[in-house]
Structure formats: C-alpha cells, structure tokens
Design a protein around this ligand. Structure first.
Ligand code: NAD
Length: 291
C-alpha cells in the first residue's frame, strides 16, 4: 500500500509556482492576486480562508482578505464582489461557503466574473468543464487529478465509484474521471444517499472517491483488494486529547481500508492540501491569462 501524500505533492506545486512568480517579478510583471471573501465567524471557514491566504503569501501571490459581518445583505455582498470584478489587479475571487441562510449561494456564485472564478463553481465554468473546454476546474476535484497524475495512477478503463454527488466534489470529479483525457477515461458510477447496494457497487471499484461527509463510512469489507481510495471527507469530531477540542476524520476507515488498497490518501494530509494547491494553480492561470 502506498500513501498518496497530498502534503508532499502540494508542496511541489507551491515550489513550482513560487519560482514562476519570482521570474514574473524579475520581469516587472504583476503577480497573481487572490481576493477571499469571508462572511461571519464560522470556525472551519476561518481556518480554510486563513490557510488559503497564508498559502498565497508563502509563494509570493498577493492576497486580499475581505471580512464581512454575517448580517450583511445579499445586495451589499454582491456589491463587494463587483468591486473585485472591476479591480484589474485582482485575478481570482473566492467567496468562502457556506453562506448565511438569507443569502442566495447561486446569486453569489453567478456574481463572480467567470474569468476570476478560481473556485470553478460558476455555471459557465461548470458547463465548459463538462464540454471539455478550457475552464477553471473546481479546486477539490482538480487537486485529486493532480494527485493521481503525480503518482501516475492508471485511470484508463478503470471503474471509478464516487460516493457523493455534490456540486463541489462528487459531481465534478465524476465528470472529470469520465472525460477522454488523463487522468480520466474511467467508467464512472456515482452513488448518493438513495443508492441501494452501495457495498456491492464499491466492491466492483478500481478507484473509490469517498465524498459524503460521514466519518469512517467506507470500511475494509467494502473495498476490493488493490483499489485506489481517495478520501475527501473532513469532519470535525470531538477529541479531548487535542488542544482545539476536536480532531479531523475522513470518510474512510483508514485502519481497515488501507491494508486492502494499492494507494490511499490520508486524512489529514491528502486531498485537503491538494485543494489549496489547485486553487493556487487556478489563480496563477487567471493571472497569466491577462498577459
Ligand atoms: P455534501 O453534504 O454537499 O454532499 C454529500 C453527498 O454525499 C450528497 O450527494 C449525498 O447524497 C451523499 N451521501 C450522504 N450520505 C450518504 C450515504 N449514506 N451513502 C451514500 N451517499 C451519501 O458534501 P460535500 O460538500 O461534497 O463534502 C463531502 C465531504 O468532503 C465533507 O466531509 C466535506 O467537509 C469534505 N470536503 C473536503 C474538501 C477538501 O478539501 N478535502 C473539500 C470539500 C469538501
């Protein structure tokens, strides 16, 4: 069994971007600039956004963190997004989800200029991705592709089973693994909360992507010998031994699944760091597209 080390691969992506940014600076060109909008005080969102902003700074990108109160109106939020759309120096905009209930996620996503949609959630970005046109790929699925690519995992002709069909993970990774490219050319089965016989389906999989948000859901008896298992899940579970009072659990029961796999991502240190690497890649692309 080989670990798919997201920390290591993410570091390689960052190192590469850092040297490319240094070259741009030498040439007197603008450096990539990410604007992150954070609404309210959700602990997990704060952690994600600060990690994204810190990652930008570490590799020489500019970043602007816009903090807004959770009672901000939808109109005022859209105004802030539009200011970022109009600001030539800003290359990428991300609005950290989830949003307060009174704000329409769809309107906010559609408010971001497609050329700055580095999260890849805009319907036009999604449509382009589905048709195989150049597009910003959503960060988590893109990060998974980068990981598969780095470890040269064979995907052609394989049966990939995706557990979860969300717009940010399950559905896009199902489309990307199914495309006529590498990584891709899989036969894909997408499972969800109404799928019967999930265990039987998983037992037919060469590649399993678990993205449902239920700690340790996928157990060893659901995985066939030699499968590649990608664990997307991040759930905070109470843990009194930690200073923070919680630890992070994936959707895969690592203890029972790992011995059966050819490759598996750990949690933490697997898909999480790759998501940030992919966001940085998208922001880089958004910047150089303006050259
Ligand atoms: P979501 O809640 O939007 O979607 C969950 C999906 O799982 C749904 O499609 C649902 O039908 C399916 N599902 C739920 N219970 C199921 C069951 N018992 N059997 C089969 N399918 C079931 O979640 P999401 O936003 O896609 O996130 C999934 C997990 O991935 C969460 O733990 C989230 O925190 C994590 N996540 C991690 C990263 C990362 O960077 N590592 C990024 C995004 C999300």
């Amino acid at each position: 069994m080989q670990l798919l080390d997201g920390k290591l691969v993410s570091q390689a992506v960052r190192d590469d971007l850092r040297s490319k940014v240094a070259v741009r600076l030498q040439q007197g060109r603008k450096v990539p600039h990410l604007a992150a909008i954070l609404i309210g005080n959700n602990g997990a969102s704060e952690t994600y956004v600060s990690s994204k902003v810190r990652s930008c700074e570490e590799i020489g990108f500019r970043s602007t963190l816009i903090r807004l109160p959770d009672d901000i109106s939808e109109e005022a939020l859209l105004f802030h997004i539009d200011e970022c759309n109009q600001d030539f120096d800003i290359d990428g905009i991300l609005v950290q989800l989830p949003l307060p209930k009174h704000i329409s996620e769809q309107k906010v996503i559609e408010g971001i200029f497609v050329g700055k949609d580095v999260d890849g959630f805009h319907p036009e970005s999604v449509g382009r991705m589905v048709q195989g046109l150049p597009a910003f790929l959503p960060a988590t699925p893109y990060g998974i592709l980068l990981l598969l690519e780095h470890y040269r995992i064979e995907t052609k002709g394989k049966h990939a089973v995706i557990i979860g069909r969300s717009n940010i993970v399950g559905r896009p990774i199902s489309i990307l693994l199914n495309r006529n490219d590498y990584p891709g050319n899989c036969t894909v089965t997408v499972c969800h909360s109404h799928t019967p016989n999930l265990k039987d389906i998983c037992l037919q999989a060469d590649i399993i992507v678990a993205a449902l948000g239920r700690p340790a859901f996928l157990t060893g008896d659901m995985v066939r010998e030699g499968a590649v298992v990608i664990d997307v899940g991040i759930t905070r579970v109470p843990d009194s031994s930690k200073k923070s009072g919680f630890s992070i659990r994936g959707d895969v029961d690592f203890e029972t699944v790992a011995p059966r796999c050819s490759h598996i991502t750990p949690v933490p240190g697997g898909v999480g760091p790759m998501t940030i690497a992919a966001l940085l890649m998208n922001t880089w692309q958004a910047c150089i597209a303006k050259d």
